[in-house]
Design a protein around this ligand. Structure first.
Ligand SMILES: NC(=O)c1ccc[n+]([C@@H]2O[C@H](COP(=O)([O-])OP(=O)(O)OC[C@H]3O[C@@H](n4cnc5c(N)ncnc54)[C@H](O)[C@@H]3O)[C@@H](O)[C@H]2O)c1
Ligand SMILES: [Zn+2]
Ligand SMILES: [Zn+2]
Length: 328
């Protein structure tokens, strides 16, 4: 059976987003059909709309969702109809050389649904991040479903599917923030504020939020920032150095993803510090740095790669957030 549902589609580079009828097939082997309850709006959806991710238009937008499994295909064992789930970008294979090394975040053989969702005229849609959640029902690989409790708030828990996972993961897993560290986060949207919360949860004692928007800085303070820097009024690098005894921060997270913010992160870190790039650059962006500066600094530069909240150790986040008095 084919399901006729409404979804938010962008047909070409910076074309308006339109609500279209989408045909969604019943799940085949290894697939799950999911009724979407809620979906967050992530900056990456805007990248898709503007053509900053790829030219595979038309895109079915949305990728930060909670839903209820309505049907599963042959061979699916991890979820059953009625399960409340959040959706991962990709299902990991469990057997490739990265998975075998216990590093499924680098899985080389990830999966999305094999069957395609289409417009009524048969045009194949590209679901954002292999999900396409701005729709009533979507089709995913069953391994993209992470089961959550039935009584969780779907609007809150769905954010674990992308922004929260990315930000918390950037601080705790990729940046490896430790108790007593100093951390600076450039860009305090959904991802950056999650990185701030992650840094605070990991025990950082100096947590510097950098943004151009005073409202974002105020929100960052509520989530654990100890200091804020208004990037429209101050040079971010100088300000971060001033707040860290002139040294720079142990971990600097670029949650914007532009060459200028990456350079700020690079120069605002302590000599042996870590830079984490979690913001998504677009294809035309180029980075120019004096190689001598790269050579002259120790430390490391990391990028975030996380296919699934499962591998971001989300259950721990859940406990931490709950123990902090917040519930899903
Ligand atoms: N790697 C991942 O897993 C992952 C996951 C989700 C989102 N992202 C990417 O992370 C980035 C942030 O996503 P978001 O949803 O939080 O976006 P957002 O639009 O909610 O937030 C971006 C923030 O950056 C601030 N900003 C912009 N330019 C700045 C500058 N020059 N200096 C300081 N602050 C600046 C904005 O004021 C805003 O508060 C995007 O590039 C998005 O595509 C990456
Ligand atoms: Zn996202
Ligand atoms: Zn794998």
């Amino acid at each position: 059976m084919v399901h006729k549902v409404k979804g938010a589609v962008v047909r070409g580079k910076n074309a308006p987003v339109t609500i279209e009828t989408v045909l969604v097939p019943d799940p085949g082997p290894g697939e799950a059909l999911v009724d979407i309850l809620t979906s967050g709006v992530c900056h990456t959806d805007l990248h898709y709309k503007l053509g900053g991710i790829s030219d595979d238009f038309p895109f079915l937008l949305g990728h930060e969702a909670t839903g209820v499994v309505s049907a599963v295909g042959a061979g699916v064992t991890n979820v059953v109809p009625g399960d409340r789930v959040i959706l991962n970008w990709r299902a990991v294979c469990g057997t490739c050389r990265a998975c075998a090394k216990g590093q499924p975040q680098y899985c080389f053989n990830t999966a999305n649904a094999t069957q395609k969702m289409t417009l009524e005229d048969g045009t194949v849609l590209s679901p954002a991040l292999g999900i396409g959640a701005f729709i009533e029902k979507t089709l995913v690989a069953a391994g993209q479903c992470t089961k959550v409790d039935d009584d969780v708030d779907p609007g809150a828990v769905g954010l674990l599917g992308c922004g929260l996972m990315a930000g918390l993961g950037a601080a705790i897993n990729t940046g490896n923030v430790k108790r007593g560290d100093s951390v600076a986060v450039i860009g305090c949207g959904g991802v950056g504020t999650a990185a701030i919360a992650g840094a605070a949860l990991a025990g950082a004692t100096t947590v510097i939020a950098v943004d151009r928007d005073p409202k974002k800085l105020a929100a960052a303070k509520k989530l654990g920032a100890t200091h804020t820097v208004d990037a429209t009024a101050e040079d971010a690098v100088t300000a971060i150095q001033a707040l860290t005894n002139g040294f720079g921060a142990d971990v600097v997270i670029d949650a914007v993803g532009r060459p200028e913010t990456y350079k700020q992160a690079f120069y605002a870190r302590d000599l042996a510090g870590t830079v984490v790039l979690v913001g998504v650059p677009t294809p035309e962006m180029m980075l120019e740095l004096p190689l001598l500066d790269v050579f002259g600094r120790g430390g490391s530069s990391m990028t975030l790669k996380l296919p699934s909240p499962k591998w971001a150790k989300v259950p721990y986040y859940d406990r931490w957030w709950s123990s902090d008095g917040r519930t899903y």
